[in-house]
Design a protein around this ligand. Structure first.
Ligand SMILES: *[C@@H]1O[C@H](CO)[C@@H](O)[C@H](O)[C@H]1NC(C)=O
Ligand SMILES: *[C@@H]1O[C@H](CO)[C@@H](O)[C@H](O)[C@H]1NC(C)=O
Ligand SMILES: *[C@@H]1O[C@H](CO)[C@@H](O)[C@H](O)[C@H]1NC(C)=O
Ligand SMILES: *[C@@H]1O[C@H](CO)[C@@H](O)[C@H](O)[C@H]1NC(C)=O
Ligand SMILES: *[C@@H]1O[C@H](CO)[C@@H](O)[C@H](O)[C@H]1NC(C)=O
Length: 471
């Protein structure tokens, strides 16, 4: 916006005085809805070529002093049109509003006219129209022009096609959108060698320069005194967000060697939609990002159709932090493992995994990763290029329909039992120091720290934005 609210207050005086008449009538339509128990919403559509749309109304009657001004700027909607909202206005059946829609010319200067701070503003306005409240509507009902969508959002009755249903540009750490997790992920199928923590001094999860940073650190450096990850205790119960928050090292079962971070959109979950994430993924041996959709109550290996085990997770981007076995830098995607699912032809008709190679580390630059999830297909793109596509075979049911609503997860993981194949080696020829499933895996990894730690030149996940749009 190029004008401040203060200026609008002043502008309003001018509009009401009617000294700002333009030369053409804008062809716009306003649909007013009075809400129960309070609130007014005005949807404005039509021929708008200005940056600012102002609703300028007067509410008559049912007020002690007769007339109340109802005015303000309308907000541009992703689904098209503009919306002016006064959430606090109490209307009754029979209340009457007269209004104009004003489109200030975006090249107009605000011309100060006199000492009373009256300004002249050029632009176009509609004729005066009136609206009489005949019904107080349910605020959750869909707006007019709402395109039906298969997207569902938990807790919302209606969602409109093309609507932005979640967005964070990471200008601040929005704790109303994200839970910063603190727990030991013993029940994750990948068994990463990490704990998720929220460090307060020298934080590992923070927002800076308009980006989210999740920085893995060594647990050994954060223990007190003589304690060591080989023999110490880890107690994360202060601020614990899940079941498992303490652990005592015992023999080869050492404390998770890496302190990492994880954010979950705990109040937002949805089914079907398009997720966009612009991020720089971690770079360094055995690191990988967790940019996922997961159920709120993590149900790894839940049952599908009563028979099969299916991790209800959709991965949005998965790129290893190191080159594995001299292959190029891989962006891997794996969907349902058909032998695990036992779906026969339904699972077998399409590719289930794909690898997109790059000559440079995926973590050298920011990329926009996107996942399109519909009842019929799953598609992944990087910087707009499609690299994975799965289509539901026509005679098969949508296997993701069994999924719960999924929420967003952003995190960094290290090692683990699922991500790196056994007998693989890194770019500089260092063999993977542990075997998947070995109870001593974490210890073997830790013992080889002199080989992987120097490669952690950019171990953080850095996220510029994340956005979810309804289908
Ligand atoms: C106003 O817009 C509507 C549809 O947006 C169109 O049908 C109508 O012809 C327009 N009227 C004028 C006067 O341009
Ligand atoms: C609505 O009322 C609440 C509580 O009185 C106030 O905090 C809020 O700023 C008001 N919102 C608007 C848009 O006037
Ligand atoms: C933020 O930007 C400043 C100035 O460019 C830079 O010094 C600092 O390292 C940046 N912070 C992070 C976390 O990248
Ligand atoms: C799929 O699952 C089977 C059985 O659990 C396993 O042997 C196979 O390695 C898995 N395939 C992939 C690609 O993960
Ligand atoms: C890894 O290599 C060793 C020695 O060459 C071999 O015994 C083992 O079977 C291999 N493991 C896998 C999973 O390929």
């Amino acid at each position: 916006m190029f004008v401040s609210k203060v200026v609008f207050c002043i502008v309003l005086v001018e509009i009401i005085n009617g000294q700002n008449i333009g030369t053409r009538k804008p062809n716009v339509t306003a649909t007013l809805r009075a809400l129960h128990p309070r609130g007014l919403r005005v949807y404005i559509t039509g021929d708008v070529d200005t940056n600012v749309v102002i609703f300028n109304g007067k509410l008559y009657g049912l007020m002690e002093n007769g007339i109340k001004q109802v005015w303000g700027t309308a907000i541009k909607q992703a689904s098209g049109g503009w919306l002016f909202e006064d959430p606090n206005l109490t209307l009754n059946v029979g209340s009457m509003i007269s209004y104009r829609i004003f489109l200030p010319d975006q090249f107009t200067q605000f011309l100060k006219e006199n000492d009373k701070n009256s300004y002249k503003l050029k632009g176009f306005e509609t004729d005066i129209l009136t609206f009489q409240v005949s019904v107080l509507e349910d605020p959750s009902a869909p707006e007019p022009n709402c395109v039906p969508t298969r997207t569902r959002v938990r807790g919302r009755q209606y969602v409109c096609g093309g609507e932005v249903i979640f967005e964070d540009n990471f200008d601040t750490l929005r704790e109303d959108l994200w839970q910063v997790e603190q727990y030991i992920p013993v029940d994750h199928p990948d068994h990463p060698f990490v704990s998720f923590q929220r460090l307060t001094s020298d934080p590992n999860v923070f927002v800076e320069n308009g980006t989210l940073h999740i920085v893995p650190k060594l647990q050994e450096n954060l223990l007190r005194g003589q304690e060591s990850i080989l023999s110490g205790n880890l107690d994360l119960s202060d601020g614990c967000t899940r079941k498992m928050c303490s652990k005592k090292a015992f023999g080869p079962d050492i404390l998770p060697p890496i302190v990492s971070g994880r954010l979950t959109s705990y109040l937002f979950s949805f089914k079907y939609g398009i997720v966009y994430v612009r991020a720089k993924v971690p770079k360094g041996d055995w690191l990988y990002p967790e940019i996922l959709l997961e159920p709120l109550l993590t149900k790894y290996g839940g049952t599908f159709g009563g028979k099969f085990s299916l991790p209800e997770i959709l991965k949005i981007a998965l790129a290893d932090g190191n080159r594995v076995n001299n292959e190029d830098y891989a962006l891997v995607y794996q969907i349902f493992n058909r032998s695990k699912l036992g779906l026969g032809n339904c699972g077998a008709t399409k590719t289930e995994s794909t690898t997109r190679f790059n000559h440079d580390f995926w973590g050298d630059d920011f990329h926009e990763f996107a996942l399109r999830w519909t009842p019929d297909e799953i598609m992944l793109t990087v910087d707009g290029d499609k690299y994975f596509y799965w289509e539901r075979p026509s005679l098969c049911e949508d296997i993701t329909s069994a999924f719960d609503y999924l929420h967003l997860t952003l995190g960094v993981a290290v090692g683990g039992a699922g991500e790196f194949p056994d007998n693989s080696s890194t770019d500089n020829g260092k063999p993977k120091p542990w075997r998947n499933g070995d109870p001593k895996a974490s210890l073997r990894f830790w013992e080889e720290r002199h080989s992987w730690l120097p490669t952690w030149t950019q171990p953080s996940l850095i996220v510029d934005y994340i956005k979810v749009v309804a289908l």
